[in-house]
Write a protein that binds this ligand. Structure first.
Ligand code: SF4
Length: 745
């Protein structure tokens, strides 16, 4: 059993910590060393922040030297998301501020889209240009023809702007390209979506099951720390993954499943739990509905049945099911996060939810806790105008349970189609590199081509900025205020981000940009506070604190309204489902016209000579967002393709060799990628880290380094229930005859 020391070390501070991450989670002390304490002592002041390098939003302190230069970022010890320790990417956040490739001033396009031809503009010119275009497209096609794609904190203010204008079209790729199926599945089962961070009591769990979730490589800070604690306390880890991930290396059981068959394994586990009567009977009787239907449904889905599909030994399926039951209710079958795989993803995660319900882990210590979130008042404003049109009406009968605007739906409803008389005309894209985020790049480019207006707000010149009509350069999170962070956790907690430095170059915060546009578009009443400081102070006073106090403490923990983190013995609980129970048989999904209990369906297999493309995360990067970060590229500056030795032998591949990948539709990786021959991947798959292979030349550090998996994802398996874009149905093969020049590039 791995110990905490052997496992993942969340860094505390500075470059040493970054190296700890790079070295594959080698030991790094949880407290500061004397040298680090001395370094900190030499710094003059600290400013509270919360990290923007990923969605986890860990709270920390930004430290400056005597000359006022930002030197370090450390975790805030009071913060429940990070417990005082940032991950390698978080400490590397300083690199975002110092990156010399940053966007520096507003830009207006001078030639056709895609050509990097812009002229520098003043903020007034940029805003006037945008406002005039928005007024025209609103007058001609309605304000609903304007959509926002948003990722990151600044999107909040553009959301207010769009709603004020009368558009409901606020899309987040984090839904349809990531966690959407999970939210719908848990909503249908328990009556609640999971949100971020997920309410998992990992630190007290006795058994953690990870299905395609490579915790530790995806550095979800608090969860990684709690997993490490749980391992120290003897918890069993079961990892299901065609790849021997870092988490698999710390597991009692690694199930190297045949890709695309996870649902069969889940149904077989449910079969064992029910047939061997291992489920939590009093819990199931009291809290769930539909048990008899479920029992009948899975009766033939035995481990032997699943063996033929998954290649997992029936003995192992039984053993692992019993491990879970022995630990119950302190067991978590992890719901995952990036779950858009094969198009039946809502159903797969429904099976995860059902398994948790049978084991009685929802609402129980070591399982799922009841999260609390601090509620901040909305700044006072008039009611938003009622939109007259919604993208969903363009696609009647599809994606009935989608509860967030789908990025891919907006994209589809932007591409001209003679059968529809309406389409999107303008996009505002905040912090979201859609070219690399949305699958099927050709379709994204078709949509962009058809736009009357594309505004991009970002800190970096990503691929999407090359297609913008106007680029608005946002200052980094170290140079701005943003909304108060209030995320669900064991206790309600708030965190402040305030600027540690003046915005560099001619960059500005999103709050200011959205408000300036609101002035020009006649909706300033939706931004009642002239400055964000006034708005934050007003909000904080409603919670009994102030901007001044938060500036000193950074994080404030509030009391839970009730002592009810877990269900009390025998507690009557009303779930927010149609039946008021945990629905093993989902009325919501049945009403929408889909299977009320998940069914396994077979997915397409790779053609001869092709391998399923799996992709994932590295601990030192967040997608393509950090690929150019000077601190983080020092740790990892390109990705590689993992290839099983059997495949390598067939193709004559060796570690370090560069190849191109080409997929089933003939789509080829733009840049070559280095081969890594390893037993850690099944022979029917290859694996690469997402976020490399940038073709934006203005990203000078990462341009052309590694390959982009998005180049290779042309087949999209849409989840009929909620519209998520399954991206794991693509198969690649190798092009090995590279010329020298190509390899050098
Ligand atoms: S997990 Fe890491 S990158 Fe994400 S917010 Fe926390 S410190 Fe930042």
């Amino acid at each position: 059993m791995a110990t905490r020391r052997q496992f993942i070390r969340i860094s505390t501070i500075g470059a040493g910590a970054l190296m700890a991450g790079a070295a594959g989670f080698k030991s790094f002390g949880s407290g500061l060393t004397n040298g680090q304490k001395a370094t900190i002592a030499a710094l003059t002041g600290r400013t509270p922040t919360y990290c923007e390098v990923c969605f986890w939003k860990c709270a920390g302190w930004v430290w400056k030297d005597n000359g006022g230069k930002i030197k370090k970022i450390t975790g805030n010890a009071e913060d429940m998301n990070c417990n005082g320790r940032l991950c390698p990417r978080g400490t590397g956040g300083v690199g975002m501020y110092y990156d010399e490739d940053r966007l520096k001033t507003p830009l207006i396009r001078t030639e056709e889209r895609g050509k990097q031809s812009f002229r520098e503009a003043t903020w007034e010119e940029a805003f006037d240009y945008i406002a005039e275009k928005i007024k025209k497209l609103s007058a001609d096609w309605g304000p609903e023809s304007l959509a926002l794609f948003t990722h990151g904190s600044g999107g909040k203010y553009f959301t207010t702007l769009l709603k004020a204008l009368g558009s409901p079209h606020i899309a987040a790729p984090s839904y349809a390209q990531c966690r959407g199926p999970r939210e719908v599945a848990f909503q249908a089962t328990f009556g609640e979506a999971l949100e971020s961070p997920e309410p998992l009591d990992i630190r007290d769990t006795r058994c953690l099951v990870l299905i395609g979730s490579h915790l530790g490589e995806n550095m979800h800070n608090g969860q990684v720390q709690e997993m490490s604690d749980a391992i120290d306390k003897g918890a069993t880890i079961i990892t299901v993954d065609p790849r021997f991930s870092t988490a698999a290396g710390k597991s009692k059981y690694w199930l190297p499943i045949k890709p695309a068959t996870d649902l069969a394994l889940l149904l077989a586990w449910i079969n064992v739990i029910i047939s061997e009567e291992l489920y939590d009977k009093p819990y199931v009787d009291k809290y769930t509905s539909g048990f008899e239907y479920l029992k009948e449904h899975v009766k033939n889905m035995t481990p032997e049945w699943a063996y033929g599909i998954t290649t997992i030994d029936p003995t192992v399926i039984r053993e692992t099911a019993r491990e879970m039951a022995n630990a119950a209710p302190a067991v978590i079958v992890h719901p995952g996060r990036h779950v858009t795989w094969y198009g039946d993803d809502t159903q797969r995660i429904r099976a995860v939810a059902i398994l948790n319900a049978l084991l009685g882990s929802w609402g129980r210590r070591g399982g799922f806790f009841r999260a609390e979130t601090a509620v901040l008042p909305e700044p006072p404003h008039p009611p938003y105008p009622a939109p007259k049109r919604h993208w969903k009406t363009e696609f009647p009968d599809l994606y009935k349970l989608a509860d967030t605007v789908l990025s891919n739906g907006v994209c589809a409803a932007t591409v001209p189609d003679p059968s529809r008389n309406w389409k999107f005309r303008g996009w505002i894209v905040n912090g979201s590199n859609l070219i690399e985020t949305l699958p099927d790049q050709a379709n994204t480019l078709k949509a962009i081509d058809a736009l009357d207006l594309l505004v991009v707000i970002d800190t970096m010149p990503m691929e999407i900025t090359g297609y913008a009509d106007v680029v608005l350069p946002e200052c980094t999170y170290l140079e701005r205020y943003d909304d108060i962070r209030a995320v669900p956790h064991r206790k309600p907690q708030i965190a402040l981000r305030m600027p540690a430095a003046e915005p560099a170059y001619n960059t500005k915060p999103a709050f200011w940009m959205a408000r300036e546009l609101a002035k020009r578009l006649g909706v300033i009443e939706y931004f009642p506070f002239e400055t964000i400081e006034e708005q934050l102070d007003w909000q904080l006073k409603h919670l009994g604190t102030s901007l001044e106090e938060m500036g000193k403490v950074g994080v404030k923990t509030l009391d839970r309204p009730a002592d009810n983190l877990f269900f009390a013995p025998g507690e009557d609980v009303e779930f927010y489902t149609g039946s008021g129970k945990i629905e093993l048989y989902s009325g919501l999904i049945e009403e929408a016209g889909y299977d009320p209990i998940p069914k396994y369906t077979k997915h397409e297999e790779p053609p001869e000579g092709y391998y399923r493309l799996n992709y994932g995360r590295a601990p030192m990067h967040t997608f393509g967002r950090t690929s150019n970060n000077p601190n983080l590229t020092d740790l990892m500056d390109e990705n590689s393709v993992w290839v099983n030795p059997r495949v390598a032998k067939e193709w004559g591949l060796s570690t370090g060799q560069y190849v191109h990948l080409v997929n089933q539709d003939g789509s080829r990786s733009e840049f070559p990628i280095r081969v890594r021959v390893t037993e850690r991947i099944r022979w029917d798959s290859v694996y690469m880290v997402h976020g490399f292979g940038h073709d934006q030349k203005k990203l000078r550090r990462c341009y052309g380094k590694g390959a982009s998996d998005t180049n290779l994802i042309t087949k999209v398996l849409i989840d009929p229930i909620m519209g998520g874009t399954g991206m794991r149905g693509n198969f690649v093969t190798f092009i090995t005859d590279l010329g020298k020049a190509e390899v050098a590039s």
